[in-house]
Design a protein around this ligand. Sequence first.
Ligand SMILES: NC(=O)c1ccc[n+]([C@@H]2O[C@H](COP(=O)([O-])OP(=O)(O)OC[C@H]3O[C@@H](n4cnc5c(N)ncnc54)[C@H](O)[C@@H]3O)[C@@H](O)[C@H]2O)c1
Length: 375
Amino acid sequence: MPDTPLNGPRYGVIGCGMMGREHLRNIALMQGSEVAAIFEPDAEMRMRAAQIAPRAVMVESIEALLAVPAVNCLLIASPNDMHLSQLQTIAAIRPLPVLVEKPLVISQDEIGRLDAFRQTYPAPVWVAMEYRYMPPVARLIAEAEAATGGIRMLTIREHRFPFLHKVGDWNRLNRRTGGTLVEKCCHFFDLMRYILKSDPVRVMASGGQSVNHKDEMYEGEAADIWDNAYVIVDFASGARAMLELCMFAEGSRYQEEISAIGPSGKIECHVPGPARFWPEHLGEPPVAQVVVSPRTPKGPRTIDIPVDPELLEAGDHNGSTFYQHQRFARAVAGTGPVEVTAEDGIWAVAMGLAAQHSALTGQSCPVDSNFGTRL
Ligand SMILES: NC(=O)c1ccc[n+]([C@@H]2O[C@H](COP(=O)([O-])OP(=O)(O)OC[C@H]3O[C@@H](n4cnc5c(N)ncnc54)[C@H](O)[C@@H]3O)[C@@H](O)[C@H]2O)c1
């Protein structure tokens, strides 16, 4: 494994559902770090978390978690609509370095309410954007400038399985997630800004619920999350980007496919979905690829990007959760920067909110440096 600090982070973890436990498995692979304490209100999830992190103290509240002296950083992996209030509680009691799952917040109102926190929080805040750290995506980003001569068009396509079931079914309702284009697609909007090194100015979208969740009710409320969309984004640099999301396409060989094109050529990557969903009878799961296609001389070149099987086994995100924790560990130790800042997290949410708004109104939605037009 690549280097990790000797005295690594000792995490206090808030929420140990599917993603929280992916974090636990990856922290367990990082030399010098450990999970010191866990707050998880659901008994079944607590039990499963204890199997992965048997030395962690189980506590009954965030306050109790913050009182564990060994804890020197925090991970928030609770449902989306709890992130803001939990950050505010932490800020008031013991502001430690924190890795908070995306989306950072879920509404324009919450973006406003995050202001005071952002301006005064004295420790690193890192928003979990695992897709930046997927080895094939990282390779595309590293080679994009040389392969394209400056990206003018960027397309991100996600063809995947429907939303999974979550504890308490929080992910079925827009009011708890921010809507599909915030909840899930904030990853892709973050990637667009990160890859293009520019901020968006305008978003146009069409999206809705076409196939999945149509007959689902939750305590009298109909599931209103969307399962497909197209989103076009204009950037200040003049580059344009497009997202295509389809959540009834789990039969696909690859889950995420990204292409970047400029005057010199094209670079693409193909990223498989979670290995655990690949049917055994089809043999080994697909290996991620990067394809470089110059304009002259023509000659597409395909490069396999295999990922350490131990890292693939530890999560659903092509090894990226481990690499993100390594970088976060450096930020906690003060030896590396925060690579995904609260500002990045807010931009990604603002773009998602603008896309939801555009799809609902049929109008393009401007986005500005105050993180979006008031919707
Ligand atoms: N970065 C990624 O690729 C990625 C992938 C999946 C999920 N996520 C994010 O991770 C977060 C958790 O999602 P998940 O898929 O693990 O959902 P989940 O429902 O599986 O897990 C959420 C957990 O939080 C617990 N919880 C509920 N209320 C809580 C509270 N007040 N305090 C602490 N914990 C509480 C639940 O009991 C549950 O175990 C969400 O914000 C989600 O958007 C990110």
